[in-house]
Design a protein around this ligand. Structure first.
Ligand SMILES: C[S@@+](CC[C@H](N)C(=O)[O-])C[C@H]1O[C@@H](n2cnc3c(N)ncnc32)[C@H](O)[C@@H]1O
Length: 278
């Protein structure tokens, strides 16, 4: 795979030509290193002929890498200043890139695709977690997306892949792991971005797994919300407002003196399964 794109100028020239000074409000930290971008585009596995949603293409660095990898890309970008640069990418890869000007928070990806698709994005940090939790939250499983490959602040990435008995473990970890596998695929140094953000970044890769039977997503959310809402308290205190929860702990042989962060994802799922029963 080559890491330059024929007929397209280097990304730094694109930024200068189109006056794309980075907007803090839009969470703009751009990546210019095409080899790094190719490595990111390779995380989901072969994208040859695959449909990909990219959120926030900006000047199009990751977009180019996805297209070089053979993907059919649909990209949602809110900053209209980026559209002329993206039109140049579209011209270099005829019929392979569709750019939608808009707010990804208001667009359900499933409305954009007929078949399966992957989501790959260097997300704007201000909306990254909200988008991620939205994509993971449908009652229907498996979802239409086949994988998520997403850049986060490293601290958020660690919360997504965290295991029990760690301070990073919480609602986000349970949400990301109860019917998916989530792994930290790559750490990205802050100096790789222009401008460099204050903190380090990391890419998380998520693939949907088998949904445990008889468990409602909403019920699981209520359990983890109550449990981690008072994470320093024992479960008998934090879950007492949730009808049936203490009985569920007893039935499962889970000591109510334990705290939320000691429960495995499977234990949360077992509690939610009992509370899901009609
Ligand atoms: C961190 S930059 C990444 C840019 C580019 N993908 C890269 O890797 O260099 C985030 C991008 O998301 C865009 N953005 C911010 N909020 C958005 C939203 N709600 N919907 C769509 N795009 C958004 C920004 O304008 C910016 O281009």
């Amino acid at each position: 795979m080559t890491s330059t794109t024929p007929f397209l100028p280097p990304l730094r020239e694109v930024i200068a030509k189109h006056g794309l000074s980075a907007s803090k409000a839009l969470g703009q930290n751009f990546l210019f290193d095409e080899q790094l971008l190719d490595r990111i585009a390779a995380i989901p596995g072969s994208l040859e002929g695959e449909q990909v949603l990219e959120v926030g293409p900006g000047p199009g660095g990751l977009t180019r890498a996805l297209l070089r990898a053979g993907a059919q890309v649909t990209a949602i970008e809110m900053d209209r200043r980026c559209l002329p640069a993206l039109a140049e990418v579209e011209a270099a890869f005829p019929g392979k890139l569709k750019v939608i000007e808009g707010d990804a928070m208001k667009i359900a990806p499933a409305t954009l695709f007929d078949g399966p698709y992957h989501i790959v994005a260097n997300l704007p940090y201000n909306v990254g977690t909200a988008l991620f939790t939205g994509w993971l939250s449908g009652e229907n499983w498996p979802p239409q997306w086949r994988s998520l490959t997403l850049m986060f602040q490293e601290e958020v990435a660690r919360r997504i892949v965290a295991g029990p008995n760690t301070s990073a473990y919480g609602r986000l970890a349970v949400l990301a792991q109860w019917r998916s596998t989530a792994r930290l695929a790559m750490k990205v140094h802050r100096s790789a971005f222009t401008p460099p953000p204050k903190v380090m970044s990391a890419i998380v890769h998520v693939e949907p797994g088998q949904a445990p039977e008889g468990v409602s997503m909403r019920v699981l959310e209520r359990v983890t919300e109550a449990a981690f809402g008072q994470r320093r308290k024992m479960l008998r205190q934090s879950l007492k407002g949730l009808p049936g929860a203490l009985e569920a702990l007893e039935g499962l042989g889970i000591d109510p003196q334990r705290r939320a962060e000691t429960l495995t994802v499977a234990e949360f799922v077992s509690v939610a399964r009992i509370l899901t029963r009609p």
